[in-house]
Design a protein around this ligand. Sequence first.
Ligand code: URA
Length: 234
Amino acid sequence: MRLNKYIAEAGITSRRKADELIKNGEIEINGVAVTELGIDVSDKDIVKYKGNILENQGKKMYIMLNKPAKYLSSVTDDRSRKTVIDLVKNRYTMRLYPIGRLDYETEGLLLLTNDGEITKKLTHPSHNIKKTYFVRTDKPFNKIQIENIMNGVDIGGYVTRKCKINVKEGSKNECHITIGEGKNRQVRKMFATQELEVTYLQRVSIGEIPLGNLALGKTRELTSKEILYLKSIN
Ligand code: URA
């Protein structure tokens, strides 16, 4: 696609004005400023304006965010609180939507995309993709409490399925829990049934996609392997 068309479709300006930006050396392709008109770009090229990546609106994008606490996982908020979109909109010009939700206070892996089909598929209750969370509780837990949670607990009209918990070595109040369902505030409610308050919660993986060492508040694009994995989930 012609560079000026690409810039116009990214939604920042018209095609004619895009030519001005190019002539002024304000557009970078793969880290190099271009001034020549009539250049073609492909999906693999990274086009930037003022340091921000310009995405072609037709292109499907899949990104992960390490969500900080005190950000809503929605697009807007009627109480003007910050949302995860505030963290991504400067880097990605296209409209992205979170796939599922994390609580306001929960940190960690959140996927965002403009691919409605994938969102619909992954958020459908029948999917049960395993999600792993790092949990810290207000006080030490014991074996019985952990076994109770693993065997399934009633979180208020819903009994959770059997799940896996790995207790962090040497720790009495930290563990990893892997669950297949995604009920509202599920992990917090599961621990609350054992009189334990979750004081820190972080999602560390969704299926085969790990958060890794992505810094808090930062984003990265999913690799093609990760995208294929998401698409392969039935
Ligand atoms: N379980 C919770 O309690 N909160 C989340 O944000 C995710 C899972």
